[in-house]
Design a protein around this ligand. Structure first.
Ligand code: ZN
Length: 447
């Protein structure tokens, strides 16, 4: 039986990840993500994205162009989501309803997806199938989808192994090898090694975002130490302190809350996305941040809370919010622009526990933000962060472990993914016949 892989999205940009595997007349889709910069731009112009149809979203490039698999439409057996990040799940409510297939994800991923659909007033009739990492789901007589535990920057991320009669296709968007992930378990190296040894692994689709970085991506433990150094090791005890991080980074929040408590500060998580991810993590028993911190989501309540904090003394609090990408709608930006009643002063501490995703409009927005902070004389700590994506040497380990016949670099445009192809060549794979450098819209047949 012929095995085909369609590179639907995420092969020509960083975002809107979507791939599909076809074996015989059965298809499994992996991920349906947003291209976030387009969404940010659109909303920045004052538009409401909830009014857009799936077709409009596709035409503006916000969701993957799934017309390349339209002839497979009636063959889709399952849509498997690797993790909760929007560039992997954001397009599910827009694209999944076209297919008569269930959406499979870990409990956390499904919970985040449900929250998103609910809060945006969307509707989706597809069946949800939550499965834990370390287990599998039989989607048909011939195909089984397995979730293997892997570390990343959001909980319950899975490497997806699609088991077919012709062999296994291993999908690793996104992954890092972290032996000390702070929240959650280490990668399931045992299972990956078993696959490589005992099964015929036809192909691995590789998260190649940092394949150009000659290193092993540092553990989340390193980010925790960096935070500790800045939060506990500087002369900032009597000044307000604000930390931003991705709301979906539950492990990072773990460290931030811990050090906030070490400083004897009350921790306050501000904003809707903080609330969304914290409550999803709580619902599936990963953490219980609502017991350790106050979480304020609603804009009016945030305003009232900030007024109360100002009265009580801002220095007895640690504010945690989003805004590290300079997002105009973020809590931090609203604090800076006095939409929220917060008054920055000389030597307040601002910690960015993230790295700017190097695309427009993020670069410009964040630069504007820092300029404003600098005018107030705020102490800025940038890049208190480690990545959630594996680097070149992690990718080498991955390929050696799963021992595939074909390597398919993904998660970025050619410039980002070509170091992965070069590495595979160095490891003995042949260009074109075994290493497939593809772009969005291309379909390959594995021989
Ligand atoms: Zn991710």
């Amino acid at each position: 039986m012929e095995v085909k892989i369609a590179a639907v999205g995420g092969y020509s940009e960083v975002g809107k990840n979507m791939s599909a595997v076809k074996v015989g007349d059965e298809v499994v889709i992996m991920d349906m993500g947003f291209y976030l910069p387009v969404i940010v731009d659109y909303e920045e112009e004052g538009n409401d994205r909830s009014l857009l149809s799936a077709d409009q979203m596709r035409k503006m490039g916000a969701v993957p162009d799934d017309t390349i698999i339209s002839s497979w439409k009636n063959n889709i057996k399952a849509i498997a989501c690797s993790h909760a990040h929007l560039d992997h799940t954001g397009a599910v409510p827009y694209l999944a309803p076209k297919y008569h297939a269930p959406v499979i994800g870990t409990p956390f991923t499904i919970e985040v997806l449900r929250n998103m659909i609910h809060s945006e007033g969307l509707e989706m009739r597809n069946k949800y199938i939550p499965i834990n990492v370390g287990s599998s789901y039989k989607v048909s007589k011939n195909i089984k989808v397995e979730f293997i535990n892997i570390t990343h920057s959001t909980p319950q991320t899975a490497i997806i192994a699609v088991h077919t009669k012709e062999g296994v296709i291993v999908y690793t968007n996104d992954f890092k090898f972290d032996n000390d992930p702070i929240v959650g378990k280490k990668p399931d190296f045992e299972r990956l090694k078993q696959l490589g040894k005992e099964e015929r692994v036809l192909a691995v689709i590789v998260d190649s975002l940092y394949s150009g970085a000659a290193q092993k991506t540092p553990s989340e433990r390193v980010a925790r130490e960096m935070l500790k150094d800045v939060m506990l090791g500087t002369e900032n005890n009597n000044n307000p302190m604000i930390v931003t991080c991705f709301a979906s980074h539950i492990a990072r929040l773990r460290s931030i809350i811990d050090f906030g408590h070490k400083l004897n500060r009350k921790v306050v998580l501000l904003g809707r996305s903080m609330q969304k991810y914290a409550s999803a993590a709580e619902k599936v028993n990963i953490v219980k941040y609502s017991k350790e911190a106050e979480i304020v989501a609603n804009a009016d309540k945030i305003k009232k809370k900030l007024v109360r904090m100002e009265k009580e003394g801002m220095n007895s609090y640690l504010i945690v919010c989003t805004g590290g990408q300079g997002e105009p709608n973020s809590v931090l930006n609203k604090m800076l622009n006095k939409i929220y009643p917060f008054y920055f002063n000389q030597e307040d501490t601002m910690i960015f526990s993230n790295r700017i995703i190097p695309v427009e409009p993020n670069i410009t927005n964040r630069a504007k933000m820092e300029e404003k902070l600098r005018k107030f004389g705020v102490r800025i700590y940038r890049d208190i962060h480690v990545s959630g994506h594996g680097s070149r040497e992690d990718i080498r380990d991955l390929i050696n472990i799963v021992n595939p016949e074909h390597v398919i670099p993904s998660h970025g445009h050619h410039k980002l993914t070509s170091p992965c192809a070069q590495l595979a060549e160095e490891m003995g794979f042949k260009r074109r016949s075994e290493i497939h450098e593809v772009h969005n819209g291309q379909t390959m047949t594995l021989q």
